[in-house]
Design a protein around this ligand. Sequence first.
Ligand code: AMP
Length: 172
Amino acid sequence: MEYIKSKIRDVYDFPAKGVIFKDLTTVFKDAKALHQIGVELADLYRDKGVTKVVGIESRGFIGGSIAAFELNAGFVPVRKPGKLPADTLKASYDKEYGKDVIEIHRDAITEDDVVVIHDDVLATGGTMTAAYNLVKSMNPKKIYINFIIELSALGGRKNLPADADVTSLIVC
Ligand code: AMP
């Protein structure tokens, strides 16, 4: 984990003044770190019978895909509005300024699925809660929530659904 941590780049004042952005492109471009991320994420869930990994656009697609590959699970994208081609379910959620919407294909998850929802960073938890509600509405057997990095100072974990099973690879 120390190796992965050493590859995270803090970018100050991006995308707005006062934000310290956790840039994972410097992790993903490093072959050893990328491989370790896939293995570490999958190790959390190997005995859980996971059938689908849901990745949140866009940085959640990277860790989500490699975890799905390692787990022999399928991959499902949660996307910004208007990007998914077939029939979708939508959830709106509050952002710092105004509202945002995410979508998932209506037939993406079944009641037989065991699902991991993955995103790169937990900040306030709004995005993940919206994704969780979408997945939950399709009644899978079990939902796990996963992040590469949890920003503990922002307290996002307490905003996540109380019944959620949450794991972060790195808490900082
Ligand atoms: P939130 O809904 O507040 O938990 O924000 C989550 C989304 O915003 C995630 O998809 C992250 O990719 C991104 N995000 C928020 N804050 C940061 C940050 N400081 N560094 C990197 N990504 C962030």
